[in-house]
Design a protein. Sequence first.
Length: 225
Amino acid sequence: MMRPWRWLRRWLLRVGLVAALVALFLVLLFSVVNPPTTHTIWSEKRRLGDIDQEWVPLADMAPVLARSVVAAEDARFCQHWGIDVQAIRTALAEGGRRGGSTLSQQVVKNVFLWQGRSWGRKALETLLTPLVEAVWSKQRILEVYLNVAEMDEGIFGAEAAARHYFGVGPEALTARQAALIAAVLPNPKERSAARPSRFVSRRAAQIQDGAATIRADGRAGCFQD
């Protein structure tokens, strides 16, 4: 008779193998197929009754929006493999006052996992992020992020945000408007790009400068010509 611990070990190995295969399949699938929804979008739709989102290719967005979001959220986006060790060290040195998550990690959290600060979710995020970086291009990672990120309450993605805040399509955003959208990303339920506080206005000015800087110094080269 098989000992209980052996049965449990085999069962856990099988579950782990199935989970790994499912994760690989989804990563491969979403490299070419747009994710139909995310846990956050689904939960917000249940809570609010409806949400606003329309998928737009990266090529149909103002290039300055991509640069602004990278400058605001992950300036070393083109220089890391999904986990930015330098940013993590900086965050730890500053006592956790700033986050160390990359855009790639945020995409993994939004598309494959759920919100929250549990160690289990963080461990899964750390395992999945290098896989996504290996399979997806940097352009694809940024495109997915700019389509699934919440940019106001119930407003997801660049298309919905551009029209909600400024009444234009994402291709028509100015540098200032793009920077304002990027400035609200860390806390979209409390910040507004249309009615920015003094803090958001100052932050947008910093982001606008940062977007110009990463364009000039080549740090936007992995997602823009």
